[in-house]
Design a protein around this ligand. Structure first.
Ligand SMILES: Cc1ncc(COP(=O)(O)O)c(C=O)c1O
Length: 469
């Protein structure tokens, strides 16, 4: 990372955390140059970058200011309420009806689970696919099904090394997306009827997996910035025979919360004390906005208790269906279960991704993607402040592409979902993220698409619909 990018990230962090408030002047070029020990041209370059990200604006003869939202920015939602101790899960029908609504390509895709496909290097990946298939020895087409593509395994292990996790390659199992990895992990460590600690709100597929495996959810509240409530987790682990935890330590879906290092260490100490395996869903790991990648909870794991699941679906190649798990002490069991169910993700898709990671410029692509997402987040936040009525609250995640909105109490987000759909706008209503059908006045909106007049108009329409309740 260049010096000006690092400095830009430091200022962006001050803006995100509210240290520099909307409308406030950012340090003058002379002042910043003196305080940070960098040249004036480095400061200028950083400010141009922040301007292009939509975070600051220049005012003639006055300097740079944090971009003013049209009104006060919306406040942050509170931590979710504590749910009943355990819940049978029954959300699949609701989730399928919401996912069905996303099929219409003319709908404004605020309900989508993916960023805009044009943000991915699909033509470059196609070249990698062609090249790697030309180079593939005939025996590899079969051999790579059981073992996984060796080059891909190496690339994944290298990246773990870079994030401070030393892994034996035998720990890695390549899977059909992270969702297969998560399913296999849970199957390895539970029996029907068991209790599993999950987040509240949680990614809806988590709930569907629990439902399919006839497991009961112990919902742990999540703070919108700091992640799960560790006191409640500790109480639940003391009192209930929880067989597994399934958490996202960074950029949680739908809240975007990320645990700090102390909390990750504390969560690890807890599960270690109770000897409860932890499934860490880390599919948004590469989509952080700041200067430093968040470390996974897996980096604290000395005993193989954490199964860390990742994927290329969100950061590189949606539809290729390539993910993986660093399975710790459960790796061999996971590998066998995978061979008994799907055998292997597509060998050509693995080879294409391996070739891309080696030659395609993954880090350059990620920098562009993160930049686009950060700019789009600023646009959606500003638009929400312009169009949503007082009483609405919103998260400010430090990465990913979702905002989680708390709407006034009287708003029924399932009804709002139908009304918005009639206006050609999709959204993800709160109850699909809850085993106990909570979050009735919450919605998740996706800002993964380049901001456009159509997005702005859709936010205005949503604001009008919310006022109508
Ligand atoms: C939190 C979370 N985990 C897992 C997945 C599934 O990832 P994949 O597409 O790699 O199976 C998703 C996709 O939406 C997700 O949001």
């Amino acid at each position: 990372m260049k010096r000006y990018e690092k400095f830009a990230d430091e200022i962006a962090e001050l803006i995100r955390t509210g240290v520099l408030a909307a409308g406030e002047k950012v340090p003058s070029v002379r002042h910043a140059s003196r305080t940070y020990g960098i040249s004036a041209s480095t400061v200028f370059q950083a400010y141009y970058l922040l301007e292009s990200r939509g975070l600051i604006i220049a005012r003639a003869r006055s300097g740079y200011f944090v971009r003013e939202l049209a009104q006060q920015p919306l406040a942050e939602p509170d931590i979710s309420a504590t749910a009943a101790t355990s819940t049978e899960v029954d959300v699949s029908e609701l989730v399928f009806s919401v996912l069905g609504s996303l099929k219409n390509p003319d709908t404004v895709p605020f309900g989508s689970a993916f960023p805009c496909p044009s943000l991915f290097p699909l033509p470059r990946l196609a070249r990698s696919m062609a090249q790697s298939l030309r180079d593939m020895a005939p025996n590899e087409v079969i051999a790579d099904m059981t073992e996984g593509n060796p080059n891909l395994l190496r690339q994944i292990a290298l990246r773990y090394g870079g994030s401070g996790v030393a892994l034996q390659r035998e720990q890695l199992v390549i899977t059909t997306g992270a969702l297969e990895a998560l399913n296999l992990c849970l199957q390895c460590v539970t029996q029907p009827g068991d209790l599993v600690a999950i987040e509240s709100p949680a990614f809806y597929a988590t709930l569907q997996v629990l439902e399919r495996l006839k497991l009961k959810a112990v919902e742990i509240p999540v703070h919108p910035r700091e992640g799960i409530d560790i006191d409640i987790l500790s109480q639940r682990l003391d009192k209930l025979p929880i067989k597994a935890c399934w958490f996202m330590s960074s950029l949680q879906n739908p809240l975007g919360a990320s645990m700090n290092e102390a909390k990750k260490a504390a969560v690890y100490a807890l599960i270690q004390r109770h000897q409860v395996p932890l499934i860490e869903d880390d599919v948004y790991a590469e989509l952080y906005f700041g200067a430093n990648p968040p470390k996974p909870l897996k980096s604290y794991d000395r005993n193989g208790l954490v199964m860390h699941c990742g994927s290329y679906s969100k950061c590189l190649a949606p539809g290729y269906r390539v993910g993986w798990v660093a399975g710790g002490r459960f790796a061999e069991q996971i590998r066998r279960l995978k061979l008994m169910t799907t055998i292997s993700p597509s060998v050509p898709a693995q080879a294409a991704i391996a070739d891309y990671l080696q030659h395609g410029g993954f880090d350059r692509h990620l920098r562009k993607l993160r930049h686009a997402l950060e700019t789009q987040q600023a646009s959606m936040l500003a638009s929400a402040a312009r169009h949503f009525p007082p009483g609405c609250r919103v998260t400010r995640p430090t990465g990913g592409y979702f905002l989680w909105f708390e709407l006034p109490k009287q708003v029924d987000s399932l009804q709002l979902f139908q009304q918005a759909l009639n206006e050609g706008i999709s959204l993800a209503p709160g109850p699909i993220f809850s085993a106990s059908r909570g979050f009735g006045n919450f919605i998740r909106l996706n800002y993964g698409h380049p901001w456009s007049p159509q997005c702005e108009a859709a936010m205005a329409t949503l604001g009008g619909l919310i006022r109508g309740f």
